[in-house]
Design a protein around this ligand. Structure first.
Ligand code: ADP
Ligand code: MG
Length: 414
C-alpha cells in the first residue's frame, strides 16, 4: 500500500492541508516548529490510529477547534485499486451537562468502521523517531506500547483481546473499590467472576507477547550485531509480571517445537494446552493475591504491567548502556518491527522517518537506509541538502523524490 494524497482538517497547526505525495521518497523539510512532525504524526494516526507523541487524541485537535480529520487516499498495488481511509476524533460539550464527550470515527472507503482492529492493518506504517529511544531507556509503558502496537498491526484479534482485557481489568478495579479495603468472603464470587476472564485473556496475551518478543530478539540481535560490528550481543526477553513465561518454555523444550511456535505453525492442540495451563496458573495467582488486591483497592500484578528485558552482553541496557548503545538498540528494535510486519503481511509498510538523520551517526544511518529499500518513505529534516546527500544510497536517478517545504503550517511542493 502506498499513500497518494494526504488531507488534514484541524490537525495540530493545520487548519486545512491537501498534498499529493510521491510513490517513493517524500522529503518534508523546514525550520523547527513549522509542522513537519505533525504531518508524519498525521500519517501514522491516519493509518495506525496511534500517535508516537501522545496518548491523548485531544492534543492533536487544532487549538480552538473540536475535531480533527485525517484523510489518506491510498493505492493498493496488489489489487490495483484506490483505498480511502478517514480517521477523525472529536470532543464536544454534552447537551445535558457540562461534561465533554469525545469519540473516534474511522471510515474505510466511506464506510464507518465500528472496531479499531478492522481499521488497523489496512495501510501499515512504521515510524522511526527520536521518541524511539524511550523503548530502551524509558518506563515499561513505552516498551509495552512498542510491543502491543507491533502485534496489533499484524493481528487484529490481538487488538480485540487487549481491549477486552483492559475493560475487564477496569471492571475488576471498580468492583475492588466497592470492598472499601476490607475483604468480604461472602462476596468472593464476584471477584472469581472477573478473575476467571482475566486469567483466560492474560494467557492469550502472554503467549502472543512471548512469541513476538522471541521474533524481535532474533531480528533485532542480527541488526544490532551489524550496527556494532559484531561486538555486542543484544537480547530481548519478555518478562510478564505474572511470572508465567516458564510454563511456555517448559512446553517447548524441544527446539523444533519452539521454532514451530515462533513461526505460528505449532499444532492447535498443544497451543490450547499451553493456554489452559497458563490460565490455571494465573487464576491460582489471582486467588492468592485477592486479599492484598482488596486492601489496596486495585489489581496491580496483571499483564497491564508487563515489561520486556533489553540487555546487551547480559547487562540491562536501561541501567548500564551508553546513550549511543541505547540509540543503536532502539534502531535495531524498529528495524525488527519493520521486518516482522513485512514478513507477516507480505507487503512493505510505509516508512516514516522523523528527524532521525540528525540523531544518528554515519554507521547507524547506513544501517537504517540499507534496511529500507523499495517502500514508500516520508522523511523530515531541517536541511534539504543534507538529506539529498544522505539519500544518495537509496535515491538513484530513477527514483521519484518529492520535496515539500513547510513554513508555519503551510506546505509548498517543490
Ligand atoms: N493542537 C495544536 N493546535 C495548533 N498548533 C499545534 C498543536 N499542537 C502543536 N501545535 C504547533 O505545531 C508546531 C510544531 O509542529 P511540529 O510538526 O512538531 O514541528 P517541526 O516542524 O519542528 O517538526 C508548534 O508551533 C506547535 O505550537
Ligand atoms: Mg519535528
Amino acid at each position: 500500500m502506498i499513500i497518494k494524497k494526504i488531507g488534514l482538517t484541524n490537525f495540530r497547526n493545520y487548519g486545512r492541508l491537501d498534498i499529493e505525495v510521491g510513490p517513493s521518497v517524500n522529503v518534508i523539510y523546514g525550520n523547527n516548529a513549522q509542522g513537519k512532525t505533525n504531518i508524519i504524526e498525521a500519517v501514522s494516526v491516519g493509518s495506525s490510529v496511534v500517535s508516537h507523541r501522545t496518548s491523548k487524541d485531544k492534543e492533536m485537535i487544532k487549538f480552538g477547534e473540536n475535531e480533527y480529520i485525517i484523510d489518506l487516499l491510498c493505492h493498493d498495488e496488489v489489487y490495483g485499486s484506490d483505498v480511502e481511509l478517514k480517521s477523525g476524533y472529536y470532543t464536544e460539550k454534552s447537551e445535558f451537562n457540562d461534561k465533554k464527550i469525545s469519540g473516534r470515527k474511522l471510515y474505510h472507503d466511506g464506510m464507518l468502521i465500528p472496531k479499531i482492529s478492522q481499521y488497523m492493518g489496512v495501510c501499515n506504517t512504521v515510524i522511526f523517531a527520536p521518541e524511539d529511544l524511550s523503548i530502551v531507556k524509558g518506563q515499561p509503558a513505552a516498551r509495552r506500547k512498542y510491543l502491543n502496537l507491533l502485534i496489533c498491526k499484524v493481528s487484529p484479534s490481538y487488538y480485540d483481546m487487549l481491549g477486552r482485557t483492559r475493560k475487564i481489568i477496569e471492571q475488576k478495579n471498580a468492583c475492588l473499590k466497592t470492598f472499601k479495603g476490607r475483604f468480604d468472603k461472602s462476596r468472593e464470587n464476584e471477584l472469581e467472576y472477573w478473575d476467571f476472564s482475566i486469567a483466560d485473556l492474560s494467557a492469550y496475551l502472554i503467549i502472543e507477547r512471548f512469541r513476538y518478543c522471541e521474533m524481535i530478539s532474533r531480528k533485532a540481535a542480527a541488526h544490532h550485531s551489524v550496527i556494532s560490528d559484531g561486538k555486542e550481543n543484544l537480547k530481548i526477553v519478555y518478562s510478564t509480571i505474572t511470572g508465567s513465561e516458564g510454563v511456555i518454555r517448559g512446553f517447548l523444550s524441544d527446539s523444533d517445537m519452539f521454532d514451530q511456535f515462533i513461526a505460528g505453525t505449532l499444532s492447535e492442540g498443544i497451543l490450547a494446552q499451553i493456554r489452559a495451563t497458563l490460565s490455571d496458573m494465573i487464576l491460582e495467582k489471582l486467588r492468592s493475591e485477592r486479599i492484598t488486591d482488596v486492601e489496596k483497592g486495585i489489581y496491580a500484578n496483571g499483564v497491564h504491567r508487563d515489561d520486556i528485558d533489553i540487555s546487551l552482553n547480559g547487562l540491562s541496557m536501561r541501567q548500564y548502556s551508553s546513550q549511543g548503545q541505547q540509540r543503536s538498540a532502539a534502531l535495531a528494535l524498529k528495524l525488527a518491527e519493520l521486518e516482522i510486519i513485512k514478513d507477516k503481511t507480505k507487503s512493505s509498510p510505509i516508512l516514516l522517518l522523523d528527524d532521525v538523520f540528525s540523531e544518528l551517526d554515519e554507521g547507524r544511518r547506513v544501517s537504517l537506509l540499507s534496511g529500507m529499500n523499495t517502500a514508500q518513505i516520508f522523511i523530515t529534516c531541517t536541511d534539504r541538502s543534507f538529506v539529498e546527500n544522505e539519500l544518495s544510497s537509496i535515491v538513484t536517478s530513477n527514483v521519484d523524490t518529492r520535496f515539500f517545504r513547510v513554513e508555519s503550517g503551510k506546505v509548498y511542493c517543490e
